[in-house]
Design a protein around this ligand. Structure first.
Ligand code: GLN
Length: 283
């Protein structure tokens, strides 16, 4: 049997031939050894355990079929926590961690002490809602999704991470409007890819299209949520969205058309791409 190092080295060649990013193979090996309570850097030159070898080879085959690593593992890390994922939810992305970071600093800057009523619209795996509750326990957090399967995963994640979130099934903010909930903070990472856009195989073949595609310009779900905002938001409140890198002007337009007096801010992600939009009402 080969060592961990040699096994990984062989896999990198296979990945390269299949056009798969070799970082994925490295992460797969790191996660599998970690699951078996081994530190890869300490055991690198030891003979690989049979069970890890088998799991790793199966994983590499799946990666070469363009399956997302998170589907192979059954989880993805988000803001330092492990979230279960399945084909029914969007895999949480690094960019979305940045959105939470900005919201947490806005909470410190703009809102005083006391409870804040918040919602994550289209929660998917629950990553945004659960992280917000875990990082800022004074928030009362609602989360909606139109997919019952997604809510099943989100509920499991909330339970596993001991985070208390109120989940509701329905279209965007409608279930909250029906309950007459009024929000201080509304967060959403809606589907924003243009229907016509070319998307990587690992995304388009494996992730739920209901979480990806947002109509001809990708903004259908923002329009819906912005139309719902007057019934949903408190007088003094904020909305925070993730968005596509090329949607700054079109999204600004949608917001300004409806809320000419609001303050709008855009932020770039770590790759320098326009990625987040913040709308402030009276704050
Ligand atoms: N960031 C995701 C992607 O590029 C899309 C997420 C979304 O539509 N909300 O695959």
């Amino acid at each position: 049997m080969a060592t961990y190092r040699q096994t990984l080295k062989n896999a990198l060649v296979v990945c390269q031939q299949a056009g798969i990013n070799e970082m994925l193979a490295r992460r797969l090996m790191l996660e599998l050894t970690e699951q078996h309570h081994l530190n890869l850097y300490l055991v690198d030159d030891e003979e690989i355990e049979t069970i890890i070898f088998t799991e790793f080879q199966i994983g590499i085959e799946r990666l070469c079929q363009h399956e997302p690593l998170a589907h192979i593992l059954g989880y993805e890390w988000f803001f330092g926590r492990k979230f279960s994922v399945s084909k029914d939810v969007l895999v949480p992305r690094d960019e979305t961690e940045e959105l939470i970071g900005h919201i947490l600093s806005d909470i410190d800057e703009l809102f005083g002490q006391g409870e804040l009523v918040c919602a994550d619209i289209g929660t998917g795996s629950g990553a945004l809602a659960i992280t917000l509750k875990a990082e800022e326990p004074r928030c009362l957090v609602w989360a909606s999704d139109i997919s019952e399967e997604a809510l099943g995963i989100a509920r499991k994640n909330a339970k596993d991470l001991s985070s208390e979130v109120r989940f509701v099934l329905g279209d965007m903010a409608q279930p909250l409007i029906d309950l007459q909930v009024k929000l201080d903070i509304c967060i959403s990472n809606p589907p924003y890819i243009k229907n016509s856009e070319n998307v990587e195989r690992s995304v388009v073949d494996f992730e739920p299209h209901v979480a990806l595609f947002g109509g001809y310009d990708g903004l259908d779900l923002y329009r819906r949520l912005l139309d719902q905002a007057p019934l949903l938001m408190k007088e003094r409140s904020m909305m925070a969205f993730e968005m596509g890198f090329d949607q700054l002007e079109s999204l600004r337009n949608e917001v300004e058309m409806r809320f000419p007096d609001s303050r709008i801010e855009f932020k770039k992600d770590i790759n320098g791409k326009d990625r987040m939009c913040f709308v402030y009402f009276n704050c």
